[in-house]
Design a protein around this ligand. Structure first.
Ligand SMILES: Cc1cc2nc3c(=O)[nH]c(=O)nc-3n(C[C@H](O)[C@H](O)[C@H](O)COP(=O)(O)OP(=O)(O)OC[C@H]3O[C@@H](n4cnc5c(N)ncnc54)[C@H](O)[C@@H]3O)c2cc1C
Ligand code: SF4
Length: 334
């Protein structure tokens, strides 16, 4: 029986574990959080079909009920060393584990909006992130800084992505569709609110995404403005004033809003960064590098050490699951 260690119990780690277990591998799945799927359970509903994240989490968790899978939570792996064909993994407490193959599925973290000081996150209460809004949507209660129902909400795309100043030139891929999804959810909860969405260009690349974008305009009255917000500040009555430019008509714009929602992009998680550096497989922007984008996209430069999911690049859940299955078969083939 092949002994495989998987680091990170997100969608990628769980999907790969279930494929490997079904093919007679003995899998140990390490998760640093108290339970699997923290980056799924922090959302209310998922694009593209507005399905419940809890339902998906339940279905994924059920895949772990297999005698060949052992899940170890609150175990953060901090180092991996290969020695005579065997991998030694060390957790934060210094305990060692051994495996023949290792799959890294340590995923992403949300860009820290505090780094864009000019947008006022952490300074003005009316400036929130997409994750903060997701929690409000989950509790069906959207409020402004005064705890009241907001009359106007503005979304801003590409925060910490496609942005040289943040050091992230790449596109995070999921935040355009997430913003449209969230704007529709806000409309359902606040039928009277004015909702604006500032974008550089909308990347609605997936099946059903373009239709969702059309519906957002035609059915849900979401207003799209092509432009970037350069600065946010507070008004005397605790609203947020934004300065921007409408880049379609070349006009500067000023707007006051109750809530400014920052659509933060994805960055490699601390685990992805640390293990990438420790194993010498760090790629662009500290994501894990693979052997190539076409063939070998789950293989790293270290034989027997594999990678899947958003530890490599920003991906949707569907693409993550497909990638994890591919990684599992790459492990079985070796
Ligand atoms: C704001 C936002 C909204 C999104 N909404 C959607 C949506 O509606 N639909 C959709 O398809 N996609 C959505 N996504 C994308 C989705 O979250 C990802 O595709 C998915 O979570 C990727 O799964 P993963 O397993 O690669 O990584 P993750 O979900 O990040 O899982 C990685 C796991 O590894 C663990 N870990 C990290 N380091 C270590 C370590 N050293 N030791 C042990 N464990 C470790 C983490 O705790 C985590 O559980 C959204 C993303 C963002 C940012
Ligand atoms: S997906 Fe959209 S919001 Fe996210 S970085 Fe790409 S263009 Fe910007």
């Amino acid at each position: 029986m092949k002994k495989v260690a998987i680091i990170g119990a997100g969608p990628a780690g769980i999907e790969a574990a279930s494929v490997l277990a079904a093919n007679d591998c003995e899998v140990v799945l390490f998760e640093k959080s108290t339970a699997p799927l923290p980056n799924i359970l922090d959302k209310a509903f998922l694009f593209p079909d507005f399905s419940s994240s809890q339902e998906l989490a339940d279905k994924l968790s059920a895949k772990l009920l297999n005698d060949n899978i052992k899940v170890l939570c609150e175990k953060e792996i901090v180092n991996i060393v290969k020695n005579e064909g065997e991998f030694k993994l060390t957790d934060k407490e210094g305990k060692a584990y051994f495996a023949e193959k290792v799959l890294i599925t340590t995923g992403y973290t949300l860009f820290d909006a505090h780094r864009k000081e000019e947008l006022g996150y952490g300074i003005y209460k009316g400036v929130i992130t997409s994750l903060d809004l997701e929690r409000m949507i989950h509790h069906k209660q959207i409020t402004n800084s005064m705890g009241e129902e907001p009359g106007k909400i503005v979304f801003l795309q590409c925060v910490g992505s496609r942005d040289e100043k943040s050091g992230n030139n790449y596109c995070s891929k999921v935040c355009c569709v997430t913003a449209v999804k969230q704007a529709i959810e806000v409309r359902k909860l606040l039928p009277e609110a004015e909702i604006y969405l500032y974008y550089m260009d909308l990347r609605m690349w997936g099946k059903g995404f373009e239709e969702m974008y059309r519906e957002a305009q035609e059915k849900y009255d979401i207003r799209f403005i092509r432009g970037r917000i350069s600065e946010a500040s507070a008004t005397f009555d605790n609203k947020v004033q934004i300065k921007s430019e409408d880049t379609l008509i070349g006009q500067p714009l000023k707007m006051t809003t109750d809530l400014l929602v920052l659509m933060c992009g994805m960055e490699p998680s601390a685990g992805t960064r640390n293990l990438g550096a420790a194993c010498g497989i760090e790629g662009d922007y500290h994501f894990i590098a693979t052997q190539g984008p076409h063939l070998g996209d789950n293989l790293t430069a270290v034989d027997g050490l594999f990678v899947a999911g958003t530890a490599k690049q920003p991906l949707s859940i569907r693409d993550t699951l497909t990638d994890a299955t591919a990684a599992a078969f790459a492990i079985l083939k070796k």
